[in-house]
Design a protein around this ligand. Structure first.
Ligand code: IPM
Ligand code: MG
Length: 352
């Protein structure tokens, strides 16, 4: 298969981890007889410095014309004082919105090798955790009307019926391929958009009779994630709730450095990125964990390129390296072998 991949390393450790993911892509191409080519684009703080804009037109166009996009992370203290529409984070929203990537899949899996890095008690975690957060990504408060004047500031959480329907359907379809349990998270005791969300989940449920559905308010869901995370299979929720709950879910799987994500359009086109940020204090020091980005490459194989064997191979390679006790600092526990970003990338590429 010949594929052209747009690389958007961004800022901070984004640069460190995307290079490791490319190592793995190259190794994968060799092993399975594919040809992957790449073009790198600027987005985020580095783009502001070079062009004055967080998301240059050329970047969005290049990504749109590629077969898939691999993104690192954006942001950093150097750009923190800028107004929200000029900040590096705006690049991410521009890419997600601009390419219509409404469906964000964030798998939170606790690898058995990392049980010791999970902050929850062993009896709470039991056999392990495997939760899929399906986050709406192009609507809600991130994209609603906003403003600021001398009296105050406001942001609006608004959703259309069709925006809710398409993501809720993705939630049901995802549950059908897994343990067939869907938890819809909202704040329907307060928010109009959540009341509509809950109505739509109820209306679509009969189309998926094999899926058991429940509803949780987001505050309760946050508590349940640490009280009894094993109750969850698939969580479907709106943009900001999904942002918050996926960080929480990541921590119970040992480290946010382990969580990949896919941001998908209806036709399967997607952008892939770790869910963590740019960690400016770690940038360039060869300490960041590249596994979330490498696993994101696995998701690219599975969801956009339709190459499940290649995806499995990446996941197995990661597992093998963890079996051999190699750990970056964020997942390090006593007795393990501490390695840097580059060594972890090399080890995973070799394991392939
Ligand atoms: C994420 C990040 C982004 C988000 C930020 C960097 C805009 O936290 O991908 O989870 O809020 O979506
Ligand atoms: Mg986030």
């Amino acid at each position: 298969m010949k594929k052209h991949i747009a690389l958007v390393p961004g800022d901070g450790i984004g640069v460190d981890i995307v290079s490791e993911a490319v190592k793995v892509l190259d190794r994968l191409a060799k092993k399975f007889g594919h040809e992957f080519t790449y073009t790198s684009y600027l987005a985020g703080g580095c783009a502001i410095d070079a062009t004055g804009k967080p998301l240059p037109e050329e970047t969005l166009k290049g990504c749109q014309e590629s077969d898939s996009v691999l993104l690192g992370a954006v942001g950093g203290p150097a750009w923190d004082k800028l107004p929200s529409n000029l900040r590096p984070e705006k690049a991410l929203l521009g890419l997600r919105g601009g390419m219509g990537l409404f469906c964000n899949l964030r798998p939170a899996i606790l690898y058995k090798q990392l049980a010791g890095a999970c902050p929850l008690k062993a009896e709470i975690v039991g056999e392990g955790l495997d939760i899929m957060v399906v986050r709406e990504l192009t609507g809600g408060i991130y994209f609603g009307q906003r403003g600021r004047d001398e009296n105050g500031a406001y942001d609006t959480m608004s959703y259309t019926v069709s925006e809710i329907e398409r993501i809720v359907r993705k939630g049901f379809e995802t549950a059908q391929k897994r343990k067939k349990r869907l938890c819809s998270v909202d704040k329907a005791n307060i928010l109009n958009s959540s009341q509509l969300w809950r109505e739509i989940v109820g209306r679509l449920a009969p189309d998926y009779p094999d899926v058991v559905v429940n509803h949780l308010y987001v505050d309760n869901a946050a508590m349940q994630l640490v009280r009894n995370p094993r109750q969850f299979d698939v969580i479907v929720t709106e943009n900001m709730f999904g942002d918050i709950l996926s960080d929480e879910a990541s921590q119970i799987t040992g480290s946010i450095g382990m969580l990949p994500s896919a941001s998908l359009r209806e036709d399967g086109f997607g952008m892939y990125e770790p869910i963590h940020g740019s960690a400016p204090d770690l940038a360039g020091k060869n300490v960041a964990n590249p596994i979330a980005t490498i696993l994101s490459v696995g998701m690219m194989m599975r969801y956009t390129f339709g190459l499940p064997k290649e995806a499995d191979a990446i996941e197995e390679a990661v597992s093998k390296v963890l079996d051999a006790s190699y750990r970056t600092a964020d997942i390090y526990t006593e007795g393990m072998k501490l390695v840097g970003t580059k060594e972890m990338g090399d080890l995973i590429a070799q394991a392939l």
